[in-house]
Ligand binder design. Structure first.
Ligand code: SF4
Ligand code: SF4
Length: 111
């Protein structure tokens, strides 16, 4: 899991609007990043839906992560998602690419 996280820091956190541009998170201590909190589950979902459509991966994310997240309401809506404040949702395509890269052993350190 360490390898996934270090590549995510390299390729996602560096681009994240909540980061410092060098891979460090600048979220206030009162907030947690769903990507960081649920990484093992996200990796599992990515692997299980690998080769399927992006929509399949998003549906699996909603079922496996969002359904247990404190921010999702009973009607399935999420204020953080609708205001683009959830880094996991915002960068999910990039996250899937990173997980694929680790899985396939094709990751590079190119910026
Ligand atoms: S919010 Fe999440 S994705 Fe963004 S920098 Fe922090 S840990 Fe990385
Ligand atoms: S989109 Fe909303 S419900 Fe899903 S992980 Fe992010 S904050 Fe939680």
């Amino acid at each position: 899991m360490e390898q996934y996280w270090s590549l995510i820091q390299e390729k996602v956190c560096r681009k994240c609007i909540d980061g410092d541009g060098r891979g460090n998170c600048r979220l206030p201590s009162t907030l947690t990043c769903a990507l960081k909190e649920s990484l093992p589950e996200i990796v599992r979902i990515a692997r299980e839906t690998q080769g399927g459509s992006y929509e399949d991966s998003v549906n699996a994310l909603r079922a496996g992560i969002c359904s247990r997240c404190v921010h999702q309401l009973d009607d399935g809506s999420c204020i953080l998602r609708s205001t683009l404040e959830c880094a996991l949702d915002r960068y999910y395509p990039l996250v899937l690419d990173v997980i694929d890269e680790v899985h396939l052993g094709t990751f590079t350190n190119a910026q």
